[in-house]
Design a protein around this ligand. Structure first.
Ligand code: ACM
Ligand code: ZN
Length: 642
């Protein structure tokens, strides 16, 4: 670490060693080029180069960028700007010096995206413009903007002004106070205390144009049919019951719903030139569809037997409309259920299987699986990070992702690209959004652009420190990678204690929840402690009480028995209500060593760890450990006996 810091401070030997994402190939030259203000950088065309690719040749007498398209030229200049330590737009006007070299470069994937959720917390236009600047610096080229969701509709729609008059404003700034514990009510624009906002069409046109200048496409998302509480509140006739605050889903039984969606999408396509329009499709509960007369009639008429089939009907019909307008749809991987619309591209978020299934069915996929790409999780230890939805997603985890892993050549060809998502339930401010994006966005950019053979985490880490400094100089709020704490200390080295590897009896049967088979039965005493994330393979999840007996093999002096539990209430993971510890020399007569009750009020959010156990002065061969489940998941770590 010290060496890396030192290198970051003094810089590396050559300017071409600092390029992020790392280029396909770099050939060192001799000497350096000194640019004086006003000198030209030569731009050449070579139709044989891949789209967005470039060759950058730096000789002592000048610089040449060769490419087959404007994006390639742009990326050549972005690379040069990173070497020169200046802004790409100021390259010709400023004075700088770079080392001679020849760089050949082209992206691994055509879609290199970041998603921003402007519904849960509205992001200012200024934030988005600065964000586009940041994205361009690392050759990211898609800004997926999640414009609509229950927490607020964010795009002015002339056909339905109610969407922003009421659907964009809520009663509380805090998502938790509004959604988790609050009233989930919307208010009219201008109501004192109303929290929210939306983009005018003029704002959106400005954002789209600013992005295009940086070779970034803004991909708009209009959620359907789920995550639509704000639509049902503003326009109750779009939902099954026709009453506000009753449905999360739009009603696919009513023709008026399609008329609504088509009018909205027509306005969306008028503003956003993106070839792809994201239509959501995720997490629709579809409950009302089962009893809604309109939905039932539609199912009967169309010969649809399941509500998944009804969602597929909606998505396919919307796809036809979008295709008729010369565009294509992207949807979250739930659009696979009930039958995939003919030309849809699937955004794989619930893992990689959705993307793989889409590819097997001949479709394209954009990989954005939660395990590597959900950057709404904390990027470091919970005790030092702001409140976040997800447990733990360090920059190294994002960096480790390979979107094409395990795919054959045909499958690889259908991976359109990769994206990191910043859901914003707990991202209250623009500054916090920047903090969550960078430097994890650098890692995603390298995953998306660079060839796997060129990736090296230690080298990336060094470059990310340098780039973080340059971002900070420009006023971005960047996570402090130099002072990263890392994973839970206990998880880094095996623990030694008396119960490691000893036989365990599950007194109420093997009750590890199949929905979180993260760790198996042996994990309670394998000497390996869990990290910050309950999906790291070391935390078994119990939906019942945990009641086990450990057999130490011989009678031994013991002094304490304890187990750390995780509490992540947002995910249904709770501390035990109480823990009892018993010990016995023979497995017949047990003595109660102690009881520990859970103390304090139950939090709504947060990620905490606490040891539940007791001192236990005695001689024992058998230890019985019982943790009472208050309802939800228990996530016990190692049961440590000393
Ligand atoms: C999602 O995270 N619901 C796509
Ligand atoms: Zn309905």
């Amino acid at each position: 670490m010290m060496l890396q810091l030192l290198l970051a401070l003094i810089g590396t030997a050559h300017t071409y060693d600092n390029i992020t994402p790392v280029p396909t190939s770099v050939e060192a030259g001799v000497g350096c080029y000194r640019h004086h203000a006003g000198a030209q950088i030569l731009r050449l065309h070579d139709a044989d180069l891949p789209s967005e690719g470039y060759i950058l040749e730096v000789g002592r007498k000048g610089v040449t960028v060769t490419s087959s398209d404007a994006a390639g030229t742009f990326y050549g200049l972005v690379t040069l700007a990173q070497m020169a330590g200046c802004d790409y737009s100021a390259l010709e006007a400023e004075k700088w010096k770079v080392d001679c070299c020849r760089i050949e470069d082209a992206p691994r994937y055509e879609y290199r995206g970041l998603m921003t959720d402007v519904s849960r917390h509205f992001r200012s236009k200024e934030f988005l413009l600065r964000h586009l600047d940041a994205m361009a610096t690392v050759k990211l080229n898609r800004l997926h903007i999640h414009l609509t969701d229950a927490a607020g509709w964010r795009m002015e729609v002339e056909s339905y002004p109610e969407l922003t008059k009421t659907g964009a404003w809520r009663t509380s700034a805090s998502y938790e106070d509004w959604w988790i514990t609050g009233d989930r009510k919307y208010v009219s624009e201008g109501t004192p205390g109303a929290y929210g906002g939306y983009y005018t069409k003029e704002d959106l046109r400005e954002i789209v144009a600013y992005a295009a200048e940086r070779h970034i496409t803004v991909v708009p998302e209009i959620e359907m049919p789920g995550h639509s509480e704000e639509v049902c509140a503003a326009l109750p006739w779009t939902c099954c019951t026709g009453r506000p605050y009753t449905c999360p889903d739009l009603c696919p039984g009513k023709e008026s719903t399609f008329e609504f969606l088509e009018k909205v999408l027509a306005e969306v396509m008028d503003i956003f030139p993106s070839e792809y329009i994201h239509i959501g499709g995720d997490e629709a509960p579809k409950v009302h569809w089962r009893t809604c007369p309109d939905c039932q009639k539609r199912m009967e008429e169309e010969g649809i037997s399941t509500v998944e089939g009804l969602q597929s009907y909606l998505i396919t019909r919307i796809e036809k409309f979008i295709e008729a307008n010369g565009r294509h749809i992207i949807g979250w991987d739930e659009i696979l259920e009930g039958g995939l619309a003919p030309n849809a591209t699937v955004m794989s978020w619930r893992g990689v299987d959705g993307g793989r299934a889409a590819i097997e069915a001949g479709h394209a996929a954009i990989m954005t699986p939660g395990e590597w790409c959900y950057i709404d999780a904390r990027q470091d230890a919970p005790f030092k990070e702001p409140l976040a939805y997800g447990n733990y997603m360090p920059v190294s985890k994002v960096y480790s992702y390979d979107p094409s892993e395990g795919m054959d050549e045909n499958g690889k060809g259908r991976v359109m690209g990769v994206q990191a998502n910043l859901w914003a339930e707990y991202v209250m401010t623009d500054e916090m959004a920047e903090y969550m994006y960078w430097p994890r966005g650098f890692a995603l950019a390298e995953v998306a652009w660079s060839q796997p053979s060129r990736k090296d985490y230690d080298d990336f880490h060094r470059r990310a420190l340098g780039l973080s400094g340059r971002f900070r100089d420009k006023g971005y709020n960047v996570f402090d990678l130099a002072n990263e704490y890392g994973n839970r200390r206990e998880s880094l080295v095996p623990q030694e204690h008396m119960a490691v590897g000893c036989p365990v009896t599950y007194n109420n049967g093997s009750c590890i929840s199949p929905s979180y088979p993260s760790a198996g039965e042996g994990s309670l005493n394998d000497g390996l402690c869990g990290g910050w994330h309950y999906k790291d393979g070391r935390w078994p999840g119990f939906l019942t009480d945990l009641d086990i007996t450990l057999d130490l093999g011989t009678v031994r002096d013991i002094s304490s028995v304890g187990c750390t539990f995780m509490q992540a209430t947002l995910h249904g993971v709770r501390y035990p209500s109480s823990v009892e510890v018993y010990y016995s020399p023979d497995g017949e007569e047990f003595t109660l060593a102690g009881v520990q009750e859970r103390e304090g009020p139950e939090p709504v959010s947060g990620l905490d760890f606490e040891v539940f156990g007791t001192r236990c002065e005695g001689r024992a061969r058998f230890i019985r450990y019982v943790a009472r489940n208050p309802g939800g998941f228990l996530f016990p770590d190692e049961i440590i006996v000393r």
